[in-house]
Write a protein that binds this ligand. Structure first.
Ligand SMILES: C[S@@+](CC[C@H](N)C(=O)[O-])C[C@H]1O[C@@H](n2cnc3c(N)ncnc32)[C@H](O)[C@@H]1O
Length: 279
């Protein structure tokens, strides 16, 4: 079977440029709040102890994670290939008054971060799956390694290939299922065909391999969310106590790394080995 035509290279940029203004509203619901809480719980233990250590937020969008880093006091670089997203992030940074001086905003593709010197950051986040969206995840992982200081950490998310299998089985198209299992590639479908962009999905093991090949030591691969609450938001809508209980269940289930296989998204934590071996 011939593959469907490849989406245009700048399709993701076009899409994100168009949605930048409404972006925060699209993700404003109890499921994404729960998902964000799980994400942040995995980031917090890796915040640099040195408050002057530079951090970076790749695929920053409207700035959700970079703003948290900036608010925590770290000089933070915000990077996105969508100029409109960077403008949204800039507006939020400027609302922070004096802290804004510690922010750098950059329109760039994560597969080519040549505008950023080597060994710049102690912590880099790449949340909301820019690694899955970009044209060359291996090149992006190499750029993450190059721009990370020895001993520094990268925390990145990606779409889980295992979770996307149901969609292909439900479609009943065996050719498409085989192709997806072989390549891990799928499309983000938007109404406007020119905005449809290709996504690379990963299994927990293939995501780990991607980072190891780039030179990282992988500290963990977590799944978000293990419980299928996205399809069952009622549980999240009850009260704060219910959300706390669900968070505790996620933490309990996450103790078995195999549980990540159920989740829609994977979050990897990887360290660039310290110069001269162990930290
Ligand atoms: C789903 S959004 C996540 C935004 C933000 N990190 C968050 O978690 O709210 C993905 C972001 O990655 C950006 N992105 C996708 N591919 C990229 C690439 N190759 N280089 C830079 N940014 C990219 C998009 O423009 C978009 O802003």
């Amino acid at each position: 079977m011939s593959r469907p035509p490849r989406p245009p290279r700048d399709a993701s940029r076009r899409y994100h440029d168009r949605v930048a203004r409404q972006y925060d509203a699209i993700y404003d619901d109890p499921y994404w709040a729960f998902h964000d809480e799980l994400s942040w719980r995995l980031v917090k233990p890796h915040l640099p102890r040195d408050a002057t250590a530079a951090c970076c937020d790749l695929g920053c969008g409207t700035g959700k994670w970079g703003l948290k880093l900036l608010k925590s006091g770290y000089p933070t670089t915000f990077v996105d290939h969508s100029g409109s997203m960077v403008e949204q992030a800039r507006a939020r940074v400027e609302e922070m008054g004096g802290r804004a001086k510690k922010a750098t905003l950059l329109v760039a593709d994560i597969v080519d971060l040549s505008a950023i010197p080597a060994e710049s950051f102690m912590l880099t986040t790449a949340m909301g799956d820019p690694l899955s969206i970009c044209s060359d995840p291996a090149a992006a992982a190499r750029e993450m390694f190059r721009t990370t200081r020895p001993g520094g950490v990268v925390i990145a998310t990606a779409d889980n290939k295992l979770a996307a299998l149901d969609h292909y089985v439900e479609r009943g198209n065996l050719d498409a299922l085989e192709q997806f299992v072989r390549t891990g590639r799928t499309n983000w479908l938007t109404a406007d065909e020119r905005e449809r962009f290709e996504l690379t999905t990963f299994t927990p093991a293939s995501l780990r391999r991607l980072f190891e090949r780039a030179g990282f030591e992988v500290l963990g691969v977590a799944g978000k969310t293990i419980l299928p609450v996205r399809q069952n938001k009622r549980l999240l809508e009850q009260d704060e106590a219910a959300v706390r209980r669900l968070l505790a269940l996620e933490e309990e289930l996450a103790k078995d790394p195999a549980a990540a296989g159920r989740a829609g998204h994977l979050q990897i934590t990887a360290r660039r080995p310290a110069a001269g071996g162990a930290e």
